[in-house]
Design a protein around this ligand. Structure first.
Ligand code: ADP
Length: 247
């Protein structure tokens, strides 16, 4: 997250910094002179004068961009079957990046579809839906925000389009096999799909094309959530240089 120091903050910092500095001055002058009056007099002058110096020095440096580095954001796009662990891991990653102070947004398939209720599940509708989400992700990325996206994203065509829409696109394939996802069935959707209550359900009655060139692939079936997050973080540190100092 980009922040600018307000003048009030600079002033309070100047006062607290100078208070500590002037205490040190009083002690040093006392050691040299053994005179409390001179020590406190010097400390008081030092306090007032250097508050102003510190304040103006701080405000001046706030205007100088030299030595400041833009944090290059990324779009971290989770793909995989329903129940593979996308939302679970994406939410933890969101907290980790936000706790580190990075501007980060999560686009979650379930949340988005709960808003855009009339988006269907045919190939054309899914492609349109994902293209729209890719546009949102790329706009956020342009504004300096890290984007975490969690969508089944079943087609290679869609993933390639997303890759070209974003500047730094990191495809994270949670390759948890169908049998494991189905045994987890966290939202009870597989049961409904098998019963024919849900049509065009990915993995059951609709295709999931395995990703061709994901940056990161993790099969969560024999891992705990913590182990998966640790593995993901290690991979992200390697593949996204701008994240190294934050994760
Ligand atoms: P998706 O978003 O891919 O549909 P969810 O995150 O909603 O999947 O559900 C995954 C389920 O699997 C959750 O109930 C989660 O607790 C469980 N789970 C078990 N092990 C893992 C793991 N290693 N990583 C992620 N989720 C896991």
């Amino acid at each position: 997250m980009r922040t600018l120091e307000s003048p009030a903050r600079s002033l309070v910092k100047s006062v607290t910094y100078r208070f500590l500095g002037s205490c040190a001055t009083v002690v040093v002058v006392f050691i040299a002179t053994h005179e409390w009056t001179i020590s406190f007099g010097t400390g008081a002058m030092d306090f007032v004068l250097k508050i102003f110096l510190f304040f103006f020095h701080e405000r001046l440096w706030n205007r100088i961009n030299w030595g400041k580095k833009d944090i290059i954001p990324a779009v971290i796009w989770f793909t995989g079957l329903s129940g593979a662990g996308k939302t679970t891991i994406a939410q933890i990653l969101l907290s980790r990046l936000r706790d580190a102070g990075l501007s980060t947004e999560l686009l979650d398939g379930d949340v988005v579809r709960s808003i855009f209720k009339d988006s269907g599940f045919s190939r054309a509708e899914r492609l349109r839906h994902l293209a729209g989400m890719g546009f949102v992700a790329s706009e956020l990325e342009k504004s300096g925000t890290f984007v975490i996206a969690s969508f089944i994203t079943p087609y290679e065509e869609a993933r390639q389009l997303l890759r070209t829409s974003c500047k730094q696109f990191i495809e994270v394939y949670l390759s948890t096999p169908l049998a494991v996802c189905e045994s987890r069935d966290p939202k009870g959707l597989y049961v409904k799909a098998r019963a024919g209550e849900i049509q065009q359900f990915t993995g059951v009655s609709d295709v999931f094309e395995a990703p061709v060139n994901p940056e990161i692939t993790i099969d969560t079936s024999s891992k705990s959530v913590d182990e998966t997050v640790d593995l993901l973080v290690a991979e992200l540190r390697e593949k996204v240089p701008s994240l190294r100092q934050w994760l």
